[in-house]
Ligand binder design. Structure first.
Ligand code: HEC
Ligand code: HEC
Length: 393
């Protein structure tokens, strides 16, 4: 029941304040989308495929390409691609493309000289509730920051200060593992993506900075009924209830796999992919899925890894450096492939640059250099087997 109400809030299109439909006003002044669904839903080609995270004194933490009437949007995100060719061990070539984001029609002039930018795609949400139940100690147990086992792969737990207590806690959500809980991620999204305030992030003007005075003084939708914020604690709890209710993706590759996929699965282990893409965790005790605690077969250790220069965004976030990314879970890869084909996302990896699973593997550098090099040296039949296994996840 709570999940159903949460789903309605997830899909609701928020309106600028003041609005007669009280309860869903307060959008903006600056925003990227009017609903969570616009970025995380199955709205096909209409979906917001990419956002530009920023560290800039004028534009703030993100480029908002929309604004309420009377306020100027910050500019438009434009992405140009530069292509390069990789030659595999057997001479076959693969074209890779690297995105170069730029801001068209910037409302406040160019970014400051020391600004940082990072292109991000909205990650899938199926199964995030199960990920939330995994015990901190289980995730930390996989970390090997000083690479004591000498496999070339370290892995650090993401950490962040708990806004309520100030204590350092494990962070497992986001491309850079910089967010601890689903409630925190929800408040962040409401503020930065939609311009909506909550108890955790109470600024009604969201990501407007001191340099954006018109934006700061725009009308807002804080109401006493929402505890003085545009979105109440109860509404956030309902959104989290909806996220928790989303079932994990169903894997085709593990159950009843054919001979080729079984070979692909063995190669996935043999190449060292599972050193980061850890097959699974045990769901935590707080899971709703009692009495049997399911295995969370997400194919990720939920840790941060140095992925090399090519994937680096040089924009530290939380405890992650400009070269580190959280191992992206691979469950639901078959769905991602369909989303790429349907235009809902531009591709795999944090910035959507990889149009295929193969391209995603070839971009792996840093701690994953050995694994991707191993892939490039495989015979074509073995490459096909690995890709068949992965595209069934
Ligand atoms: C403008 C697009 C946009 C909107 C609107 C948006 N999100 Fe997101 N969401 C993202 C992006 C991009 C990320 C990845 C953030 C990062 O780590 O850089 C993300 C990450 C997340 C994650 C973390 C998933 C993971 O694997 O760690 C959750 C949960 C989430 N969003 C929930 C929500 C909810 C709930 C709402 C509505 C209140 C919402 N989002 C609105 C774009 C959006
Ligand atoms: C050192 C850790 C590490 C190793 C080893 C590793 N990966 Fe990854 N993988 C990551 C990280 C981190 C990301 C996310 C990087 C990003 O988005 O920039 C990722 C992303 C991916 C993605 C894209 C998923 C998506 O939805 O965007 C695929 C596919 C993938 N890895 C497959 C593999 C395969 C196959 C291997 C073995 C050949 C492998 N990985 C080895 C850490 C690793």
């Amino acid at each position: 029941m709570r999940a159903h109400v949460g789903e309605a809030i997830f899909k609701a299109r928020w309106k600028p304040a003041p609005n007669v439909s009280e309860g869903i006003d307060g959008l903006g002044p600056l925003y990227n989308a009017a609903s969570c669904f616009a970025c995380h839903g199955d709205s096909g080609g209409d979906r917001v495929a990419l956002v530009l995270r920023l560290s800039d004194s004028v534009y703030g933490r993100q480029l908002q390409d929309r604004a309420v009437p009377g306020i100027e949007a910050e500019g438009r995100l434009e992405v140009a691609y530069v292509t390069e060719t990789r030659v595999l061990g057997d001479g076959q070539t693969v074209e890779l493309r690297k995105p170069h984001p730029a801001i068209a029609e910037p409302a406040y002039g160019p970014l400051s000289a020391d600004a940082r930018v990072s292109l991000r795609r909205p990650p899938p949400l199926a199964g995030v509730g199960l990920i939330a139940t995994i015990a901190d100690s289980d995730i930390r147990a996989g970390a090997d920051p000083d690479d004591r086992d000498g496999d070339g792969i370290s892995g650090r737990a993401g950490e962040v200060a708990d806004p309520a207590t100030g204590q350092t806690v494990l962070a497992r959500f986001g491309w850079k593992a910089s967010v601890a809980t689903l409630a925190q991620q929800t408040s962040e999204a409401l503020s930065v993506d939609m311009g909506l305030s909550s108890a955790a992030l109470p600024r009604p003007a969201g990501d407007c900075t001191a340099a954006q005075s018109k934006c700061l003084s725009a009308p807002h939708g804080d109401t006493p009924g929402s505890g003085g914020a545009e979105v109440s604690e109860e509404e956030i709890a309902l959104l989290v209830a909806y996220l928790v209710s989303l079932p994990p993706p169903v894997s085709l590759a593990d159950a009843g796999a054919d001979e080729e996929r079984q070979r692909g699965r063995a190669l996935f282990g043999g190449l060292g992919c599972t050193a980061c893409h850890r097959p699974g965790f045990q769901a935590g005790a707080s899971s709703d899925h009692e009495p049997v605690r399911p295995e969370v077969r997400l194919h990720s250790d939920l840790l941060l890894h140095d992925m090399g220069e090519e994937l680096a965004d040089d924009r530290p976030e939380g405890s992650a450096s400009g070269r580190e990314w959280r191992t992206q879970p691979l469950w639901g890869l078959s769905e991602r492939i369909k989303e790429i084909d349907g235009g809902a996302i531009t591709g795999l990896l944090h910035d959507g640059r990889a149009r295929t699973i193969e391209e995603a593997i070839l971009w792996h550098g840093g701690e994953a250099e050995r694994a991707s090099g191993g892939y490039a040296r495989l015979a074509s039949g073995d490459r096909a087997a690995l890709l068949a296994y992965l595209s069934g996840l």
